[in-house]
Ligand binder design. Sequence first.
Ligand SMILES: CC(C)(COP(=O)(O)OP(=O)(O)OC[C@H]1O[C@@H](n2cnc3c(N)ncnc32)[C@H](O)[C@@H]1OP(=O)(O)O)[C@@H](O)C(=O)NCCC(=O)NCCS
Length: 237
Amino acid sequence: MIVGAGGMGREVYGVICLLNRLATGLPRWRVLGFVDDYPDQSHVDLVHRLGVPFLGSSHWLAGQPTTTHVALGVGQPRLRRETDQAIARYGLPAATVVHPAAEVGPDCVHGEGLFAAGGARVTTNVVLGRHVHLNQNCTVGHDAVLGDYVSVNPLAAVSGYCRLAEGVMVGTTAAVLPKLTVGRDAVVGAGACVTRDVADGVVVTGVPARPARRSAADAGPVVVAAHRRQDEVDHPA
Ligand SMILES: CC(C)(COP(=O)(O)OP(=O)(O)OC[C@H]1O[C@@H](n2cnc3c(N)ncnc32)[C@H](O)[C@@H]1OP(=O)(O)O)[C@@H](O)C(=O)NCCC(=O)NCCS
């Protein structure tokens, strides 16, 4: 069952289709359908174009056998966390969906619900938390630790020994330099180059990355003004 009928959910479905096509002699996924508590009609129409049922709200997860796995097609990290918490009562396992052209190197560990899109590359001794999403052609270097619900967007590069706390989003084509820490629910804007640690909840943009002047719609209410004021003191414009 795929939770989320938006673009992310349909991308997850695409990877599942590819895995099934290549699964000669291996177990295959049977996609029961999409569920979404806040469906947009245009998304529902696109799900139907894929020939997959749109079932309705997440209540469809109730009563499913524990052989039914859930793939979270929710791109925004904190929405993914909220969704995971909301459906926890159904007690269903999370599907791990790794594109055949994604690479996860030796001695890496990951929590349930890992999604890795085509071209995502994780080198070695990396720890990935629950429901981490690695999007197309991103890279994660050696000894990095990514907390639960982290998203690394297309073409972003997370360097070796980085620590990304729970809920961090690294935007498209951004870079996080080695050994840096990005705090809980922080957002690294698309194209940014992070050269210093980022505090919890802060949105940074630019090269070198600096706290954004105003909170991101993406980031939501936990962008803490106090952090921004402190950062502005540290790094006046
Ligand atoms: C940084 C970010 C979170 C800001 O979101 P937001 O608050 O909604 O930003 P807005 O679009 O309202 O833009 C606010 C200002 O910041 C600028 N801005 C937005 N994103 C920026 C970025 N990545 N780098 C530099 N400046 C940026 C805008 O140009 C705008 O400037 P202006 O006020 O001078 O016109 C968002 O733009 C971003 O980069 N998200 C990453 C998304 C991503 O990777 N998506 C991929 C999905 S696969």
